[in-house]
Design a protein around this ligand. Structure first.
Ligand code: SF4
Ligand code: SF4
Length: 308
């Protein structure tokens, strides 16, 4: 499977600034994206007065959550690892890590054998890290967890209540990842949290490999307990752990007959073809128009409950 490159995701592209070497390099390799990206960049940020679902009270809370996430983003590697190595079996460490993740708000936690297929090949979210290659050599395991989001608020999509619930999920997932990272460092091992704005991996792929859920037609992870209404987080580590098997159930037969996300997506970004992926530019354009992250696909998806 070809590794995805963080430089190609929408948020990385929106972070490129004209008259910089990163901008020139990216669009010399992708001239076909220059016009659409310049058009979308000119409409940034998401959630400003005049946007269709802008709400000064609620949008401020969303902005505050992102500001907080921005403040803690530099902490993803935690402190220096303790010099005293905590001893234990892989079973002991796995049980402890999962119980701590759940204590801090995860509803399900799994461990995947790290695989390049779910790590970016290169970074791209900021100019400082643009083009850095991603290696998994020091991280044999990837811990992945899902935190549930407030379902009633998600059902208000595409209004700003949905964005508050989504950002609350980002904050909660970041905190779970931080606590796991700091705990593992205290054990004397290496760890790296993957949180909003500072990921090295594609979380839905890692989550499927860790047994958390399957990926739906909308490209989001679908869990058994909460459908797609979860936020994912992950921690890479060399702590001895027991890997979980990949998620074994398939959402594809349900997606084939459901198509609710396809029918309800206001930008027609979700393809009808089961093998195709969403058109991120169309989705992002709708976010800019709405002033929220839309979330209709999150709201309408029945997940594994369909037909029960
Ligand atoms: S809304 Fe339906 S088609 Fe779309 S991902 Fe969910 S189950 Fe699949
Ligand atoms: S967030 Fe909205 S626009 Fe984007 S894919 Fe989902 S339903 Fe479509």
């Amino acid at each position: 499977m070809k590794r995805s490159d963080e430089r190609d995701i929408m948020f990385s592209r929106m972070a490129r600034k004209p008259n910089t070497k990163e901008y020139d390099q990216y669009y010399s390799l992708h001239p076909e994206l220059l016009e659409i990206d310049d058009t979308l960049r000119a409409q940034m940020p998401i959630g400003k007065p005049g946007d269709r679902f802008y709400d000064s009270l609620k949008t401020s809370t969303v902005d505050a959550a992102f500001q907080f996430l921005d403040s803690i983003k530099p902490l993803v590697e935690g402190p220096t690892a303790s010099k005293i190595l905590t001893t234990g079996t892989a079973e002991d460490f796995t049980a402890h890590i999962k119980s701590i993740a759940e204590l801090y708000g995860a509803s399900v936690t799994g461990v995947a054998k790290s695989d390049e297929s779910f790590y970016y090949s290169h970074r791209g979210r900021t100019d400082q890290v643009y083009g850095d290659s991603v290696s998994i050599d020091n991280w044999p395991h990837t811990i992945v967890f899902a935190v549930p989001m407030n379902e009633a608020m998600i059902r208000k999509a595409p209004k700003a209540e949905e964005s508050i619930a989504v950002t609350q999920g980002y904050v909660q997932a970041a905190i779970v990842g931080m606590i796991l990272t700091y705990t593992i460092k205290a054990f004397g091992y290496e760890a790296r949290n993957h949180m909003d704005g500072n990921y090295l991996c594609t979380l839905p792929l890692a989550a499927k490999a860790a047994g958390i859920g399957d990926i739906g037609q909308h490209g989001l992870i679908i869990t058994e307990a909460h459908g797609p209404r979860v936020r994912l987080g992950a921690v890479s580590t060399n702590l001895p752990l027991v890997n979980d098997p990949p998620f074994s159930k398939s959402i594809a037969p349900i997606c084939e007959t459901c198509r609710r996300c396809v029918r309800n997506c206001p930008s027609k970004a979700i393809p009808n073809d089961i093998l195709a992926t969403i058109t991120q530019e169309k989705c992002f354009e709708k976010w800019l128009e709405y002033g929220t992250d839309c979330g209709i696909c999150l709201s309408v998806c029945p997940g594994f409950d369909e037909g029960k």
